[in-house]
Design a protein around this ligand. Structure first.
Ligand SMILES: [Zn+2]
Ligand SMILES: [Zn+2]
Length: 140
């Protein structure tokens, strides 16, 4: 059965680890590197110079996904809270406020604004009525 270098190394981590710790070279004369996998974070040993992942397919994919997730988060972080102006990372794509308290603050303010607009109407009516009352009755 054909085996890639990577598969061979995956099956011979113990040998590579020993070689690394004893001489730093394999019996075949290859330099052994101790690396931390960029995908799963495990320590692994390899003679392949360009390797970044213990499993280039699975861990490479994982690292790509992670990068994409970070990239998406980075773009999301550019959102500015419409209440306090703070930059924040929304949990939902349509979020507009950094926190529940900001959302509630805006909601409450909207309610208060609506209420005060109503109050103004009442106020105006009261004022105009009292002005009418000040007009002296005709005939005096
Ligand atoms: Zn890995
Ligand atoms: Zn806020």
């Amino acid at each position: 059965m054909y085996m890639t270098n990577e598969e061979w190394e995956q099956n011979n981590q113990d040998y590579l680890k020993e070689s690394y710790e004893e001489t730093g070279f394999t019996a075949g004369g290859y330099a052994v590197h101790k690396l931390i996998c960029g995908g799963c974070g495990r320590v692994f040993y390899t003679t392949i110079y360009t390797k970044k992942y213990c499993h280039s397919y699975w861990c490479g994919n994982q690292a790509n996904n992670l990068r994409q997730r970070e990239y998406r988060q980075m773009r999301r972080q550019d959102l500015v809270c419409q209440c306090c102006g703070k930059k924040f990372t929304p949990k939902r794509a349509d979020a507009r406020y950094c926190s529940n308290s900001c959302r509630q603050k805006v909601y409450r303010k909207r309610v208060t604004d609506a209420a005060s607009t109503q109050n103004e109407h009442i106020f105006f009516r009261t004022v105009s009525r009292s002005v009418e009352n000040q007009v002296p009755p005709p005939g005096t």
